[in-house]
Structures are given as C-alpha cells and as structure tokens.
Design a protein around this ligand. Structure first.
Ligand code: ZN
Length: 164
C-alpha cells in the first residue's frame, strides 16, 4: 500500500503534549466558533471536525461529546450516531470535494497507535487518484490553514445540503 507523506505532521509530533485536563475533543465539543474549531457538523451526541494535522486535504475526525476512550463503553445511541456521522461524512467527502475513495479507521488505546488515546475518534481520509504523488508539494503552514478553512466551509455546506 502507498503511504501518504505529510511533512506538516512533524508539527504535531513535536508540539507539546497537552496536559490530561485539557482535551481538544472536549474543548471542541462545546458549542462555539465552528470555523475556528474547524468543526464541520454537530449531531446530538457526536460531531465531525477537520483534523488540524491532516494526512490529506479534508481529513475528518468523528468524535463523541463524551470523554471516553473505549468504543464499547459508549451507549448504543452514541455508537449509532457515530456510525451515522461516518456514513454522512463519506457522502459529503464525495459530493463536496469529489473524493474518489476514503480510508476509514480508528486506533483505540496507546498500544494501537492513538495520538490522543483518552478521547476516542474515527479517522476518515479522502483519497484521489495520484494523491500520493502531489501531497509532498503542500508544506507551507499558512497555505495549509487557508486551505483548511476553505475545505471546512465546503464540507459544512455539504452537510447543510443533506437537510439534517
Ligand atoms: Zn475529551
């Protein structure tokens, strides 16, 4: 399998790890500036946001509002809404930014490779033909941020169009 090369992820790897009492998924679960938080859609129990350190343009994260590390500890309604948001996200990635494929996955627990293990989340990485070839060209942080806000707005519009 081809691997995406995402040099800006070094920023994440070298960023100071937040203390245990500040959790980005809990912070972003609170209603507020969705654009600043790169939140794309809020459901009843879970929400969808752009990954600040994406593997590809449009890399989405689906997380529950609950600060929970184990998927099997979530209640049935939360589990169901998370899966529903995964399905809607795939739809939106296809319609709003013309994704040709999507990688979907999750890492539960540190040993499984989770970056933030205390608050579980699903990854959805949109893919296009040839994306592994052009990815290394993107590198400048400012360009990335502008691009991410634009992507965030396109995806948020995509969710709106689903008339949820
Ligand atoms: Zn949390």
């Amino acid at each position: 399998m081809d691997r995406l090369w995402a040099p800006w992820r070094m920023e994440y790897i070298h960023a100071p790890k937040s203390s245990s009492d500040s959790c980005v998924f809990c912070e972003n679960s609170i209603e507020g500036n969705n654009e600043e938080k790169l939140v794309v859609f809020r459901g009843k129990t879970s929400y969808v946001m752009l990954n600040l350190y994406p593997y590809n343009n449009g890399h989405l994260l689906v997380a529950p509002f609950d600060h929970e590390s184990e998927f099997d500890n979530l209640t049935d309604p939360v589990q169901m809404e998370m899966m529903k948001l995964v399905s809607l996200s795939i739809k939106v990635l296809k319609s709003a930014i013309q994704a040709q494929g999507v990688n979907f996955g999750a890492n539960f627990g540190n040993v499984a490779g989770a970056g933030i293990e205390d608050h579980l989340h699903f990854h959805l990485v949109p893919r296009w033909n040839g994306d592994v070839n052009f990815m290394p060209i993107i590198g400048h942080t400012k360009v990335m941020m502008d691009g991410m806000l634009e992507t965030r707005n396109r995806l948020a519009d995509g969710f709106q169009k689903l008339h949820l």
